[in-house]
Design a protein around this ligand. Structure first.
Ligand SMILES: Nc1nc2c(ncn2[C@@H]2O[C@H](COP(=O)(O)OP(=O)(O)OP(=O)(O)O)[C@@H](O)[C@H]2O)c(=O)[nH]1
Ligand SMILES: [Mg+2]
Length: 177
């Protein structure tokens, strides 16, 4: 099977602590959900999505280690921004980090998949509400694409626990050049 997955890209997974970044990395690698302690330092796993091999970096999300995000984001071919959609209290904090990530990567045009994770939870916000509260149109307004063109930033609902949505999101992400 050597040579089947020829295309290699660098994927960076960011988002607040407890959003589900490490859960995503190992779901992609093993197809299973298991539990983790908070991530202290970047971890890389090679995962395959469609015909693309991703060097996927899981970065810690708590405040002390967010200082590392910038250097990784600048080297990214694609970014996953994880959100705990059931955590209303921290949405503002997530929004400000998202805004920073979007503007940092604007010149390079890096595609960004926002995963609205934990949709299995009763309190989870759906995409329409999240897009409004995150002010997504405004965050990306300076670079709104031509009519008919694919946007650089897209939000997908997902639940890693139920196994829904994340693969659709990643399939979109790797289809962006
Ligand atoms: N209900 C629910 N819980 C989830 C889901 N995905 C992840 N979790 C849980 O959310 C918690 C945090 O998951 P992690 O993957 O460790 O979060 P993280 O983003 O890596 O956190 P840091 O390493 O601290 O930045 C764990 O208890 C997971 O089991 C989901 O889809 N639904
Ligand atoms: Mg983690």
């Amino acid at each position: 099977l050597f040579g089947l997955h020829t295309e290699q890209r660098t994927l960076i997974i960011v988002g607040l602590d407890n959003a589900g970044k490490s859960t995503l990395l190992y779901k992609l690698r093993d197809g299973q959900v298991r539990s983790f302690v908070p991530t202290q330092r970047p971890v890389m796993e090679e995962v395959v999505v469609g015909n693309v091999t991703l060097k996927a970096w899981d970065l810690g999300g708590h405040e002390a280690v967010r200082t590392l995000w910038t250097q990784y984001e600048l080297a990214a071919d694609a970014i996953v921004f994880m959100i705990d959609a059931a955590d209303r209290a921290r949405l503002k904090e997530a929004r400000s980090e998202l805004e920073r990530t979007v503007s940092l990567t604007a010149d390079a045009g890096v595609p960004i998949l926002i995963l609205a994770n934990k949709q299995d939870r009763q309190a989870a916000m759906r995409s329409a509400e999240l897009e409004k509260l995150l002010d997504l149109a405004n965050i990306t307004c300076a670079e709104s694409p031509l009519e008919g063109a694919s946007p650089r930033v897209r939000l997908f609902e997902a639940s890693l626990v139920s196994g829904t949505g994340f693969m659709e999101g990643l399939t979109w992400l790797v289809s962006q050049k």
